[in-house]
Design a protein around this ligand. Structure first.
Ligand SMILES: NC(=O)C1=CN([C@@H]2O[C@H](COP(=O)(O)OP(=O)(O)OC[C@H]3O[C@@H](n4cnc5c(N)ncnc54)[C@H](OP(=O)(O)O)[C@@H]3O)[C@@H](O)[C@H]2O)C=CC1
Ligand SMILES: CC(C)(CO)C(=O)C(=O)O
Length: 321
């Protein structure tokens, strides 16, 4: 399968490494020329924390190039899938320029899948590329980029993929069905646990609830996920964030599991040693995804007249860092 991956960070490198290793034709689009040169010279390494041998893929087995060349390359030679693995701010503020040349291509041609946490990006893309087949992926995989050419696969999880266009009332199309089933097969062959979901929006909101409670508090207190459970004060604040978020879901008609709170506690336990992605961004002085996580809940609250003072404050606190 021919696959474009936009964003050579943690998830992008993991996907590029695994998909190249299992025989796919990968083009990896990076932000900077330095990373492309290093990937060409040194290749790409996927390593593990449990003592397993790393996998090294030489730089001539996949293509890496600066994002500026993406649209021309795609229009000359389209791929079967475009996988987007940049953070939300780049997807919203930078990628439209590079993706908009694809907007007039026929529906059968463009298949895009987005791996972002948070919400808002799928709506933005469906406005930008109304003819494209858009898919969202929700994943519990954990990847950490160690250098420009090395990624640590820190935890194996699942990848749930669902068609976003369906949500917008577009008709189901046999061609896209085949195409997504083929992608899932390819991901499985590459070693991922990948599944098709007819309820990907429910899964997105389920993950949003987890991220909206865990990520900002770990970022503010600078603690690993498991430490959230270490005191009653921390648990109380988590519970209040959870309570406000579920009020917003109720007001907007978004469903959530009856054991959603227990599930958040479980995620803290199973990822106890993890640095959350928001804390990692704060520690590296990068902008965070707070606007598309807690900020989205604040927007939903505004639309429905729900009061979410803690989510508002937490957005300001994280943005203030
Ligand atoms: N990592 C994980 O385990 C998981 C991540 N996610 C989600 O996946 C998304 C990606 O996360 P993750 O891989 O961790 O993020 P990273 O920050 O590791 O990677 C993002 C990449 O995008 C690159 N980038 C920035 N600007 C551009 C640009 N203009 N053109 C091309 N590439 C650019 C960055 O380059 P540079 O480094 O040069 O700035 C970086 O390599 C996020 O929304 C995250 O929430 C979801 C579940 C798990
Ligand atoms: C589930 C969790 C909190 C794991 O660290 C995560 O998705 C993140 O860090 O963004």
């Amino acid at each position: 399968m021919k696959i474009d991956i936009i964003g050579a960070g943690s998830l992008g490198l993991l996907l590029a490494g695994r998909l190249t290793q299992s025989g796919n034709d990968v083009r990896l689009w990076c932000r900077g020329g330095e990373q492309c040169r290093k990937l060409k010279d040194e290749g790409l390494t996927v390593s593990y924390e449990d003592g397993r041998d790393p996998t090294s893929i030489s730089g001539d087995r996949f293509m890496s190039a600066p994002i500026e060349g993406f649209a021309d390359a795609y229009l000359r030679e389209p791929s079967d899938w475009i996988i987007v693995t940049v953070k939300q701010d780049i997807l919203h503020n930078v990628l439209p320029e590079f993706l908009s040349p694809l907007k007039d291509l026929r529906e059968q041609q463009v298949h895009i899948i987005c791996f972002q946490n948070g919400i808002g990006h799928m709506e933005m893309l469906s406005n930008l590329l109304p003819k494209a087949n858009l898919y969202a992926a929700v994943t519990t995989e954990a990847a950490k980029r160690k250098s420009l050419t090395e990624v640590i696969h820190a935890g194996a999880g699942e990848v749930w993929i669902g068609e976003w266009s369906l949500k917008n009332g577009q008709t189901h199309n046999i061609h896209t069905d085949l195409q997504v089933n083929y992608l899932i097969e390819v991901l499985i062959m590459a070693g991922f646990s990948a599944f098709l979901s007819n309820e990907v929006d429910t899964m997105i909101y389920r993950k949003l609830l987890i991220n909206a409670v865990i990520n900002p508090l770990t970022a503010i207190w600078r603690i690993p996920n498991g430490e959230l459970l270490a005191s009653e004060e921390r648990l109380q604040l988590m519970k209040e964030l959870f309570r406000e978020a579920t009020m917003v879901y109720d007001a907007c008609g978004v469903t959530y599991d009856h054991d959603a709170w227990d599930n958040i506690l479980k995620v803290c336990r199973t990822t106890a040693g993890n640095t959350s992605s928001m804390l990692a961004d704060v520690l590296a002085s990068r902008s965070t995804e707070i606007r598309w996580i807690n900020g989205s809940l604040v927007e939903m609250a505004e639309r429905t007249g729900t009061l979410v003072p803690l989510h508002r404050l937490i957005c300001q606190l994280v943005e203030g860092i």
